[in-house]
Unconditional design. Structure first.
Length: 259
């Protein structure tokens, strides 16, 4: 009798364990990484993570979503996934202006779906060289890529998409591997295209991308004064303090000290 009762208890536990492990979990179903390049060498990166949430994890997700002090590392632990990370990474300077937004739930009979949006700014994503007056050659720095590492190099994981948006009016010089979108012209060139996308499981070993931009006269003037300010910032601060001191002394001698 005791052996039969023990058998029933063990059998019940064997059936209960799989059900418990399946009912509570998160699953990242898709990752979309978009790099927005600009006229400087930095870039804004927007990463969108599509996730599935089991019914038993909905309450935990809602509670975590309402907590304002959770870091990316905390969410990585909550989701139990190392996929939640910066895929464009500068190991020297890291990321700045980081925002993290867990989205609202969309309920389904099987659980719920949501999106987590990670946005940040990275410096030195491109290298730039002036090749003619107001003409600049930009080259993507492939050392910033932080996708899945394989024996043959980095590659996009399943259900991952990698996008690069170049400034409007850019002339593509070289690009490898060829993007899945858009398709090149019959001459192998890209005209008026600014968005380039690579789909899941695309090998990124030897990734290259370079393009040329033309600077308008107005941008040239603004760039000149920006460089002048950055190169002489301390001197400008010192001159400002001196001028302020002269102004204060004038007001004091003119209106405070009696004649």
């Amino acid at each position: 009798m005791h052996m039969r009762r023990l058998y029933v208890i063990v059998l019940a536990l064997l059936f209960a364990l799989p059900l418990g492990s399946v009912s509570a979990y998160y699953n990242i179903t898709a990752i979309n990484t978009t790099v927005l390049l600009n006229s400087s060498t930095g870039a804004r990166v927007i990463e969108t993570y599509s996730i599935f949430i089991s019914n038993s994890s909905i309450a935990q997700y809602e509670a975590s979503r309402g907590a304002y002090n959770l870091s990316i590392s905390d969410w990585r632990n909550i989701l139990d996934s190392q996929l939640l990370t910066e895929h464009i990474l500068n190991p020297r300077s890291g990321a700045s202006n980081v925002t993290f937004l867990p989205g609202a739930l969309i309920l389904t009979p099987q659980g719920a779906a949501s999106e987590i949006i990670l946005s940040y700014y990275v410096y030195n994503v491109t290298n730039v060289q002036e090749i003619a007056p107001r003409k600049f050659l930009y080259t993507f720095n492939d050392s910033m890529l932080n996708f899945e590492h394989t024996a043959s190099g980095q590659e996009l994981g399943p259900s991952e998409r990698f996008n690069i948006i170049v400034p409007e009016g850019s002339q593509i010089v070289s690009i490898y591997p060829l993007p899945d979108l858009p398709a090149a012209s019959v001459t192998g060139s890209y005209s008026n295209d600014t968005l380039f996308s690579w789909n899941s499981q695309e090998p990124l070993n030897g990734f290259t991308m370079s393009y040329i931009t033309l600077q308008t006269p107005q941008e040239e003037v603004l760039s000149y004064f920006d460089a002048l300010y950055n190169n002489n910032r301390q001197l400008i601060y010192l001159l400002g303090i001196i001028l302020l001191g002269v102004f204060v002394a004038y007001v004091y001698l003119k209106f405070v000290v009696p004649e």
